[in-house]
Design a binder for this molecule. Structure first.
Ligand code: ATP
Length: 235
């Protein structure tokens, strides 16, 4: 029997008049990488933010069996639900090493060990440990944002658009990083516009369009779907 990490059922989220999510069902089981794909405005970020406890909602959003609405986002981080936002939220005037240290929100005792794990994952961060975050390239900043999230020792890592604006050469580093994160036992929810990248990494994928799940399945299933091929894979 698998353990359910995140259970989203009949989820509705509105921004005033705008219905951003309209009855969404998504599940994430222990050890999986689950991809959320969809065009601009489909609701991927809204789902990521709701799961992390930042937004009000109607319906079910349970992390490890408990509703996220009952907890502050900081309590959810304590519990292991860690969000890496598309804005990256780095401290630009602080060094790479300081940004990592500040990320060690929970399990502060073993932060040096965790930093070694991050440096092994992204050696570029160790090479640049004294450099101000704001002077790093976009790809390096993304590695740092993921690294900082890992400093909190996540059980579920929610990655929102980790490849946004990144050069192909950096995508390989991020790809390897995500695979190693999964191998280390972390469950991942990956919200991404880059369909090929997501299909290459996810165990299961949900396609969101206009706030609803239009397709779900394994990457193999979705690659065999005419609609997905025509609209998203350009084949
Ligand atoms: P993108 O890939 O462009 O980030 P997305 O799939 O993440 O898109 P969301 O950002 O979740 O989509 O947006 C879903 C819908 O909610 C869109 O119609 C968007 O305009 C709307 N929306 C998002 N944030 C707000 C907000 N703060 N106020 C009003 N409407 C919003």
């Amino acid at each position: 029997m698998t353990d359910r990490v995140l259970d989203v059922a009949d989820l509705h989220v509105r921004y005033g008049e705008v219905a951003a999510l309209r009855g969404v069902d998504v599940r994430v089981d222990e050890g999986e990488i689950v991809g959320l794909i969809g065009p601009n405005g489909a609701g991927k970020t809204t789902l990521a933010n709701t799961a992390s406890g930042f937004l009000d909602y109607d319906g079910t959003v349970d992390y490890r069996g408990d509703p996220v609405r009952d907890r502050e986002p900081s309590d959810l981080v304590e519990a292991g639900l860690v969000h890496c936002s598309e804005d990256r939220d780095l401290f630009g005037h602080l060094s790479v090493a300081d940004n990592l240290e500040l990320g060690a929100y929970r399990h502060a005792d073993d932060w040096e060990e965790r930093r070694e794990f991050v440096y092994d994952l992204f050696p570029r961060l160790e090479e640049r440990s004294g450099q101000h975050a704001r002077t790093m390239s976009g790809g390096e900043q993304q590695m740092l944002a993921i690294g900082r999230a890992l400093m909190s020792d996540p059980d579920l890592l929610i990655l929102d658009e980790p490849t946004l604006g990144l050069a192909p050469v950096i995508l390989d580093d991020i790809s390897e990083g995500i695979e190693e994160i999964q191998e280390s036992g972390v469950t991942v929810l990956l919200a991404e516009q880059n369909v090929t990248f997501t299909m290459n990494h996810a165990d299961r994928v949900y396609l969101l369009e206009q706030g609803s799940v239009e397709r779900e399945g394994s990457p193999e299933d979705l690659r065999g779907d005419d609609y997905i091929r025509d609209a998203y894979l350009g084949q």
